[in-house]
Structure formats: C-alpha cells, structure tokens
Ligand binder design. Structure first.
Ligand SMILES: NC(=O)c1ccc[n+]([C@@H]2O[C@H](COP(=O)([O-])OP(=O)(O)OC[C@H]3O[C@@H](n4cnc5c(N)ncnc54)[C@H](OP(=O)(O)O)[C@@H]3O)[C@@H](O)[C@H]2O)c1
Length: 293
C-alpha cells in the first residue's frame, strides 16, 4: 500500500479533502497537524520525512490569507516559499518521495485573452501571489524529477468556511448581498481537486498543472448560482471591485485553462455549477439542520 503524508490535512480546506479521498483510494495516510511539530525546524522536518517513509507528500499547507499577507510578508514567505523549498530539498537529499505541491491562480494578473495556460508567464500582483510563485519555482528547481505543482482556484468544499459559505450565511441575515462582478476565475470543488491530485500522484506526475473545474465565473455569478441552487430569496447586487476595497490587489482575470489536466484524465473536469450542486446538496440540503448554516 502506498504511503501518503498530508501537510495541512488536519484543518485546511484542501488538506481535509485529500484526507477524505486518499484512504478510500487505497493510500496509507498520515495527516500532519500544526501541533505535531515545527516543519521549519530542519531536523524535525527531516526526521518526519524519514520516519513516515512517504511515497508521496501532499503539501496543502500555506499562508492563504491573501489580504493579511500584505501586512505580514515575512510570515507568508516562510509558509509559501521557505517551507516548500526545505521540503523539496530534504526529499531530494533523502533520495525518495514524490511531492505534490499546491499553488494558486493568483500567480497571474493583467490583460489576457481567455484562461491562462501552464505555459503562460506568471505576473503576481500581491504578496500572496509572489510568495506562492516563489514556492512553485523553489519546488520545481530542487526536485524537478519528483515533484508537481497543482495550481487551483476559488475553492469551495467541506471542512472550512469558504466564499460560498460566507455568501449563504450572509443571505440568512440579509435580503441582499453586494458581490464583485468584474473579476473572473475558475470556481473549483475541493473533493474534485483531491481526486485529480490522487491520480496525478499515482502517476508520479511532474511539472505544472492547472487543476480546476471547467467553466469561468465572476464572484457575482458564483454567488448567484449558489443562492439559486439553495432556493434562497436573497438578491445579488453586482458591484465593481473598486467598490470593495481590499488590502491585496486581485487579478481581473485569473481563470485557468484545464486542457492539460483533461488530457491526462481522459475527460474534461466537470463544469463548476455541477460540482457546486453536489457540494450544496451534501453540505446544505442533505445535512440541513446538521451544520448550523
Ligand atoms: N482556498 C482557495 O480558494 C485557494 C485558491 C487557490 C489556491 N489555493 C492553494 O491551495 C492550498 C491549500 O489552501 P487551503 O485553502 O486549503 O488553505 P487553508 O484552508 O488556509 O489551510 C492551510 C493549512 O496550512 C496549515 N498551516 C499554515 N501555516 C502553517 C505552519 N506554519 N505550520 C503548520 N501548518 C500550517 C493550516 O493550519 P491551521 O489551520 O492550524 O492554521 C491549514 O491546515 C494552498 O497552497 C493555497 O495557496 C487555495
């Protein structure tokens, strides 16, 4: 049985989806949580990797608070570049173990015709995006033959509050929500992402992969679809991003092209509205009353 080590698996949105997916797919899975030790301590990191003898390390750990990163660039850099760099170097030195590292659509910005491909040149406009790009580069440089980077985006899924949950919670308290309409991206279901990651890990894939559901949306369209699917009476009022000031700049178009993943899977990842329907049914309709939303 192949062994997996999941960093960020105890509490993270992606990590928890991996934890739910890997064991049923036949992996002996070890979940690393913050309380197990300090991964930035090189002796601890090496000891953990030696002891677990993981065939694949899934790094779903990161500094993901995009706005807070502007005020805390050093901490964001430690989690998003220093740590994956150390991980990749240690695996290289040990001579065993594949690394599946997660990254973001926010490595892109600027005008672009259609979704971004893996071969397009990144140009991050936020501290978060820059630290994530530095992490990708470090991983692929230190462990080119035994690592892959999965860029994903606009996640919804169980286990940790996300944009869809925030909108639906707001709709319980108000009869209208204002949502940005002039930023577009690739909404993605964490449980789909985890399934693709498992398949890529099994194939020991290398290089960069855009791992998103099919289709493009604005935040406004994602919110409207979530509200419509839960039959909420809430109104969505479209606003420009300039009316919703945030510490970090967001790209106007960060949609990702998933053709490379589709070719690998042998089928196009399902459209995001279909995946959203499954998430909302599982987490809201079927569990109504159980989650306190
Ligand atoms: N969420 C999205 O929409 C999105 C979009 C694009 C890309 N991504 C990428 O997907 C990956 C996973 O994101 P996510 O949304 O799952 O993040 P998340 O929910 O914020 O989870 C991050 C995980 O990392 C852990 N962590 C952070 N710093 C740590 C440290 N110094 N030591 C130990 N554990 C630490 C957190 O533990 P605690 O809970 O204890 O803090 C948590 O388990 C990241 O690479 C992110 O860039 C996410």
């Amino acid at each position: 049985m192949a062994k997996a080590l999941v960093l960020g698996g105890a509490t993270g949105l992606v990590g928890q989806a991996l934890a739910r997916t890997l064991a049923p797919a036949g992996w002996e899975t070890r979940i690393f949580s913050r309380t197990d030790g300090n991964l930035l301590d090189m002796d601890f990191l090496r000891g953990l990797l030696e002891e677990t003898e993981a065939d694949v390390v899934f790094n779903a750990l990161g500094w993901t608070r995009v706005d807070a990163a502007e005020e805390h660039p050093e901490e964001a850099l430690l989690a998003n570049r220093t740590l994956p760099d150390a991980l990749a170097r240690t695996l290289a030195a040990l001579g065993r173990g594949h690394l599946v590292h997660f990254s973001t659509d926010f490595v892109f910005s600027g005008p672009h015709d259609g979704p971004w491909r893996e071969t397009d040149t990144p140009h991050p406009v936020s501290v978060y995006g820059r630290t994530k790009l530095a992490g990708e580069e470090a991983v692929l440089r230190a462990l080119p033959e035994r690592s892959c980077v999965l860029r994903t985006a606009w996640l919804f899924g169980p286990g940790r509050s996300n944009f869809v949950d925030v909108i639906l919670n707001a709709c319980r308290k108000r009869d209208a929500v204002s949502v940005v309409h002039d930023q577009i991206g690739s909404p993605t279901y964490t449980l789909d992402l985890a399934r693709w990651a498992e398949k890529l890990a099994r194939a020991r894939a290398t290089g960069i992969w855009h791992a998103v559901n099919s289709g493009v949306a604005s935040w406004c369209e994602l919110a409207s679809e979530a509200i419509a699917l839960t039959s909420g009476p809430c109104r969505v009022e479209p606003i420009p991003g300039s009316d919703w000031p945030q510490a970090a700049e967001r790209p106007a178009n960060s949609a990702l092209d998933n053709s490379k993943l589709a070719e690998f899977l042998g089928e196009k990842p399902r459209p995001w509205p279909q995946a959203l329907r499954e998430y909302l049914f599982r987490e809201y309709t079927a569990a109504e009353g159980g989650r306190g939303h």
